[in-house]
Every structure is written in structure tokens, then in C-alpha cells.
Design a protein around this ligand. Structure first.
Ligand SMILES: N[C@@H](CCC(=O)N[C@@H](CS)C(=O)NCC(=O)O)C(=O)O
Length: 290
């Protein structure tokens, strides 16, 4: 590995808009709205503003699991937020999530709407609201929350670290790829060892911890993300993670949740907006492409 670089940091960092990175058009060093735009409100108690990325999928998988388990109050409208076009910086979205990132939820089921942002907070809010996918026994609940927050702390190394430098950076930086590949493999080993001990992350029961981890680490071991990253990371070695991922990806509610607000990929796997359970059956090519 080359141990030198011709870069010297200036005394004060200055934003260079044209840095050429994949996300240069939306990334900026300031927060707050860039334009006025109200958010639409549909007919259901829960209004989700999202996109079918791994963070977005966590919430739609849980909502579909809640509905499948008979919780009618979990009916939701899922509105598409095109982050590549900067829709997360509209004034209405920023009112729901001052951090301008999907997913964001408005819970309109009570007299006063409640905003919830950060996917982990949304999962916890919904699990507590419906008394589902979160154990009540204190020890089991602690285990579930530990894995839920493990995911929240760990996934940025996978997505923002490894994924960014492996798949999106304008040029390859060996040091960055080595550093984050090592960390992601360590994280996969953490999961593999845990899933050797128990069927699910929190123990015998399928919980929001699994729902949080699956769209990130399940997709990596299946080789679905960051090009050929599955091979690069020797994903086949994590046999317990693969066994767990295969079982969860086969669940009908997980399949539906992964389709909602999805944009790239096969049209047959996309449901760009979801306003009714029947949307999964009645979607048409026109609707998908519109
Ligand atoms: N910690 C946040 C991360 C959310 C996040 O990073 N969302 C990305 C898409 S996966 C996003 O909205 N990015 C738009 C942007 O950064 O401007 C969560 O879990 O909700």
C-alpha cells in the first residue's frame, strides 16, 4: 500500500461543491430546508415519507409484519421521497425530520400528530404502540434493544464507510477500503457468532432487531449490494447469517416491505407508493413508471 499522499489539509476546511463524488449534488455542509414544499397526507393513521433503501425498508417491513399479524391500526400511506432530487430538503419534510434523511413518520392516529425520525426510533415507536416484535420480558427486551442499537451504530460503517469507498467514491482509496472492509467483516462475524447461538438476534423470537439488521447485513451476505461486494467480503463464510437471512427474506411481509418505495431494480419488485394493501396486487406498469 502506498503510504504517502499529496494532500495537505488547509487550516480551515472549505466546501468544494464540485468534488465529483456520487452524491455531490445533494450533499452539503449545512442543514435546514432549501425550498418550500408541503408533504402530502393520505387517509391512513400512519404517514411514511421514505425511499426503499435499507433504512427505508426497515420501517415498511415492520409495517407489513404488523398488518400481517392483524394490527389494523398499522395501515399506512408510504410516500416517495426522491433523495437524489433533493426532496429531503423540502420544508415539509424538514419539519418531520430536521436531519433531512428518510425514513420519516408522522403518526396521525391520536389527537396531536407525532413526528418520528431515525429508523431505530420509528421501529421502537411502532413496536411499543402495537405491543409487537419487542419482547416485554426485561432481559429479552434489553437483548432486543441492544441489537437494535448495535445496528444503528454499526451500519454507517457498512454504508457510509465500506459501501461508499468500495462502490461510490470517485476513485479507489486502498486505505479506506481496507479499513472499512476489515470493520464490516468484523461486524459480520459478530452477527454470525450470535446467530450460531440463537435463531434470531434477540433469542427465540423475531423482533425489530432482526428487522433493522436484515436490509443491511442480510443484503450484503446475499450479494445484493455494492456490486460484487459479497464476493469481496467472502460473504459465503457467514453461514449463520445466511441461514437467518434466507429465512427472513422468504417471509411474505418482508417481501412486500422490500418493494415499498423502491426505485431502482426490476419493475416487478417495485411499489413506488403504497396507499392500500391492494396496491401490491393492482399495480400496473403505468403506475410504476409514472
Ligand atoms: N440514521 C438514519 C440514517 C438515514 C439515512 O442515512 N437515510 C439516507 C438514505 S438511506 C438519506 O436519506 N440520505 C439523504 C441525504 O443524506 O441527503 C436512520 O437510520 O434513519
Amino acid at each position: 500500500m502506498s503510504e504517502t499522499s499529496d494532500y495537505t489539509s488547509p487550516k480551515v476546511w472549505v466546501w468544494n461543491k464540485g468534488n465529483g463524488g456520487t452524491f455531490a449534488n445533494i450533499n452539503r455542509p449545512t442543514a435546514g430546508p432549501t425550498h418550500d414544499k408541503e408533504l402530502p397526507i393520505g387517509k391512513h393513521p400512519l404517514q411514511l415519507y421514505s425511499l426503499g433503501t435499507p433504512n427505508g425498508q426497515k420501517v415498511t417491513i415492520l409495517l407489513e409484519e404488523l398488518l400481517a399479524a392483524g394490527h389494523e391500526g398499522a395501515e399506512y400511506d408510504a410516500w416517495l421521497i426522491k433523495i437524489g432530487e433533493g426532496e429531503q430538503f423540502g420544508s415539509g419534510f424538514v419539519e418531520v425530520n430536521p436531519n433531512s434523511k428518510i425514513p420519516a413518520l408522522m403518526d396521525r392516529s391520536g389527537p396531536t400528530p407525532i413526528r418520528v425520525f431515525e429508523s431505530g426510533a420509528i421501529l421502537l415507536h411502532l413496536a411499543e404502540k402495537f405491543g409487537a416484535f419487542l419482547p416485554t420480558d426485561p432481559a429479552k427486551r434489553a437483548e432486543c434493544l441492544s441489537w437494535l442499537f448495535w445496528q444503528m451504530g454499526s451500519a454507517p460503517y457498512l454504508g457510509g464507510g465500506f459501501g461508499h469507498f468500495y462502490a461510490y467514491a470517485p476513485f479507489k482509496i486502498e486505505y479506506a477500503i481496507d479499513r472499512f472492509a476489515m470493520e464490516v467483516k468484523r461486524q459480520l462475524d459478530v452477527l454470525d457468532r450470535r446467530l450460531k447461538e440463537s435463531a434470531y438476534l434477540a433469542g427465540d423470537d423475531y423482533t425489530i432487531a432482526d428487522i433493522a439488521v436484515l436490509p443491511w447485513y442480510g443484503a450484503v451476505v446475499k450479494g445484493w449490494t455494492y456490486g460484487d461486494a459479497g464476493e469481496f467480503l467472502s460473504a459465503h463464510e457467514y453461514t449463520n447469517v445466511l441461514r437467518w437471512a434466507d429465512a427472513l427474506f422468504a417471509r411474505p411481509a418482508v417481501k412486500r416491505g422490500r418493494m415499498v418505495n423502491r426505485m431502482p431494480g426490476e419493475l416487478s419488485e417495485q411499489l413506488r407508493e403504497r396507499h392500500d394493501a391492494s396496491d401490491f396486487d393492482t399495480r400496473t406498469q403505468d403506475k410504476l413508471e409514472g
